[in-house]
Write a protein that binds this ligand. Structure first.
Ligand SMILES: [Zn+2]
Length: 203
């Protein structure tokens, strides 16, 4: 279960530890001179929390630091985190919300860029697929003895493969599609001169 920021701070540092850290002498009985009233004899008891038998001030470590340095509770908790080197999970910490928002925005931008790149790659392969179908008809040999036209050969070789790639771009899991788009350079290197030209001219 996620603990709130204040709870995380209080769990990691007692008032006594904080008081000692800020230079107060705490006796074995846990008594120290109260910083909140003119205390001649140690009349404040500190352990996890604190209570003063002289001025009746009491509270937890955050209140102690808040009163000591005249800070709002949140700033006191942040000060404790920094001064005592505490580890606090950031999620619900009020001060880091702008960072979370920034992260969400970055993720949104990345997703949009990814979708755009998929659209682009899909468009290129669609054009190429149309071209292959066209070649398959246009350059089909008219007689069994006729030499095969190179574009007809390419159409025969590539059609099925390109159809498979189009399916993959449309229905593949995002991981596969991402991999596909990221290896674009490799695909260009091993594709036919015509597709290479299509890809480079569009990307
Ligand atoms: Zn006091």
């Amino acid at each position: 279960m996620y603990l709130g920021f204040y709870s995380q701070v209080k769990k990691q540092v007692s008032t006594r530890e904080a008081a000692e850290h800020y230079g107060f002498k705490v006796g074995r009985n846990g008594m120290m001179k109260c910083p909140f009233h003119d205390d001649r004899n140690p009349s404040m008891k500190v352990d996890q929390n604190f209570i003063c038998f002289g001025c009746q001030e009491k509270g937890d470590v955050i209140r102690f630091v808040s009163k000591l340095f005249d800070l709002p509770p949140y700033d006191a908790a942040v000060k404790l985190t920094e001064d005592m080197g505490l580890t606090v999970t950031a999620e619900n910490r009020p001060g880091v919300q702008p960072g979370i928002r920034k992260k969400a925005k970055r993720e949104r931008t990345e997703r949009q860029q990814f979708e755009q790149s998929v659209d682009r790659v899909y468009g290129v392969y669609c054009d190429y697929f149309r071209l292959l179908n066209q070649w398959a008809e246009e350059y089909a040999p008219r007689s069994p003895t006729e030499d095969l036209h190179p574009l007809f050969v390419e159409a025969m070789h590539q059609r099925e493969y390109v159809e498979y790639l189009l399916d993959l771009l449309l229905y593949g899991s995002s991981v596969v599609v991402k991999l596909f788009c990221n290896t674009y350079g490799l695909i260009i290197r091993y594709s036919s001169p015509c597709l290479k030209w299509c890809l480079i001219s569009i990307v």
